[in-house]
Design a protein around this ligand. Structure first.
Ligand code: FPP
Length: 281
């Protein structure tokens, strides 16, 4: 295990050689009691997060909603670092949905400004940590400066082999599926794909997340229990964890709670109890 951890640190493991169990480094656990209770646990390869509750967090503090989003960025920073520290391979975050364009002009502007600031301040560290950034969603909807910032971030980190960070921006799950259906229809019309050859694999290849594993664990904060048009294809067998914490207060301890919950789930993919032979397959 120690050798594996060391190898992971230097990134010499190929994807399929990664150990199924990961020991969380003691330095990232918050209390001595937690350290004692932490056995090696099964970790999700792909975590998706709906970062909800920024507005309520701000209201409780009698601050403008934009202050809630700014605090949300701080929380995000730490959760990305924790994901990297803990060996999560894929992290997908819902930063801005297609529906979010309908918010007030002031709030959309504040979120767009935060986005620009985020890429300017974080890109060096993310690149240094070997994080690969992919934007999922319609980049063309973004204002020019933001479009350029996200394109630069993707181009700059495209060879990185560490944490794969998908940032959903102007993303809608149904829109993603419609886009994939159009691409397949176009191939059929061009004669490069026969309609009878259209299967789940062909559709998956047209998604923003093409080639990535399905989501194993989806976390939504703030107590809301909805999926809100987030990754409908990729989450069909995901384990769902709804945490009451408002996103700006979501920290490593809360994240670890969700990971523990995941580790204790019995994933059966529609099979009967006990057929997988594994506690969490
Ligand atoms: C939902 O809270 C959150 C959002 C719509 C935006 C999430 C964005 C961030 C955390 C920061 C921006 C991200 C980057 C990458 C810069 P809400 O406003 O719906 O909260 P409420 O339900 O309490 O009103």
């Amino acid at each position: 295990m120690f050798v594996e951890k060391l190898a992971r640190l230097f990134n010499v493991f190929k994807k399929d050689q990664k150990p199924a169990y990961i020991t969380v480094p003691i330095s990232h656990v918050n209390s001595a009691a937690q350290v004692q209770a932490l056995p090696p646990m099964r970790m999700p390869r792909h975590v998706a997060i709906i970062m909800d509750g920024n507005g309520r967090w701000a209201r409780r503090k009698e601050l403008p909603r934009s202050a809630g989003h700014a605090a949300g960025v701080e929380a995000l920073r730490d959760i990305i670092r924790a994901s990297d520290d803990w060996g999560i391979e894929y992290l997908t975050i819902y930063a801005f949905s297609t529906e979010n364009w309908a918010r007030s002009h002031e709030e959309v502007e504040a979120l767009m400004a935060l986005l620009l600031k985020y890429f300017a301040s974080e890109i060096d560290e993310l690149d240094e940590k070997n994080v690969r950034i992919t934007i999922i969603g319609n980049i063309g909807d973004l204002p020019e400066a933001q479009r350029e910032a996200v394109r630069n971030a993707m181009a700059r980190t495209k060879e990185n082999t560490g944490l794969k960070l998908n940032i959903a921006l102007s993303y809608g799950g149904r829109a993603e599926l419609v886009r994939a259906a159009k691409a397949l229809a176009q191939k059929a019309a061009d004669g490069t794909l026969a309609p009878e050859d259209i299967d789940a694999q062909a559709l998956e290849a047209e998604l923003y997340t093409a080639g990535q594993p399905d989501v194993d664990l989806l976390i939504r904060t703030s107590g809301e229990m909805r999926l809100s048009n987030f990754l409908p294809w990729q989450t069909v067998y995901a384990e769902l964890v709804f945490d009451r914490t408002l996103w700006p207060d979501f920290d490593r301890a809360a994240y670890m709670r969700a990971l523990r919950e995941y580790a204790n789930r019995d994933r059966r993919y529609g099979r009967r109890d006990g057929e997988t032979g594994e506690a969490n397959a």
